[in-house]
Design a protein around this ligand. Structure first.
Ligand code: HEC
Length: 207
């Protein structure tokens, strides 16, 4: 990156200053990319151009500090994301683990080939091991096998897990895990079902 920057500066030094200043500013690259997206992309079904183009505060800060970010920036993101979590309206965290397994397996949702308003999946297995029976899973995230058996069912664990599923950035600024509740990917009922998959003692995850 440094070498590229140096070459860029050297070229700039020799070229017309006004042109260079426009290209060199970070925000102008962003604007040019946004202009391209708005010009060349088109919305199809639930996959809308605005979903790509519009960024909330945490996305802006995560783009600004993609790898290392000042601790106060991380703390600011996490506090704002945690404050936006909605606990379950009836105070009950656990639904049906059988439904939760289907949601964890389902990778559909919010794609151009999905119907607007269709039910989304969580695609959890794409990143996590969960149930022992499923042998095809990703490992971007930690294994969640025996999650409830290892951690128990205390109020603190229930609320931590709910918050994490609702908004993964509540505890880890710029987490690559989708913000399932926050972004309306999963409904409250679906979140409860996935909670049960992880935490219900009867779930095969906790055998
Ligand atoms: C795109 C990848 C990805 C997907 C999809 C994903 N996760 Fe994650 N998840 C991660 C990563 C990475 C971490 C660890 C980093 C972090 O905590 O943000 C994580 C962490 C977690 C944790 C915290 C684990 C701990 O030790 O405290 C839980 C619980 C969890 N995920 C559950 C789920 C569930 C349930 C789903 C599906 C509804 C899901 N995840 C979907 C990537 C993913």
């Amino acid at each position: 990156m440094k070498a590229i920057a140096r070459i860029f500066l050297a070229t700039c030094g020799a070229a017309a200053i006004a042109g260079c200043a426009t290209v060199a500013a970070d925000t102008d690259y962003r604007q040019a990319a946004l202009d391209l997206i708005r010009q060349d992309f088109r919305s199809a079904g639930p996959a809308t151009v605005e979903r790509v183009a519009a960024r909330d505060e945490s996305q802006q800060l995560c783009s600004q500090y993609p790898i290392q970010r000042p601790p106060e920036v991380a703390a600011r993101i996490e506090a704002a994301q945690l404050a936006a979590v909605k606990p379950p309206a009836d105070g009950k965290y656990l639904g049906k683990w059988q439904e939760g397994e289907k949601i964890a397996q389902n990778g559909r949702g919010m794609q151009s080939s999905d119907a607007v308003g269709a039910v989304n999946g969580g695609n959890c297995y794409a990143c996590h091991q969960i149930g022992k029976k499923e042998i095809s899973f990703g490992n971007i995230g930690p294994s969640l096998y025996q999650y409830g058996k290892l951690r128990g069912n205390s109020e603190a664990i229930l609320s931590y897990t709910w918050n994490k599923l609702y908004n993964a950035q509540a505890y880890n600024a710029c987490s690559t895990m989708p913000r399932f509740g926050h972004n309306g990917v999963l409904t409250e009922a679906q979140l409860k079902d996935v909670m049960a998959l992880l935490l219900d003692p009867a779930s095969p995850v906790n055998e």
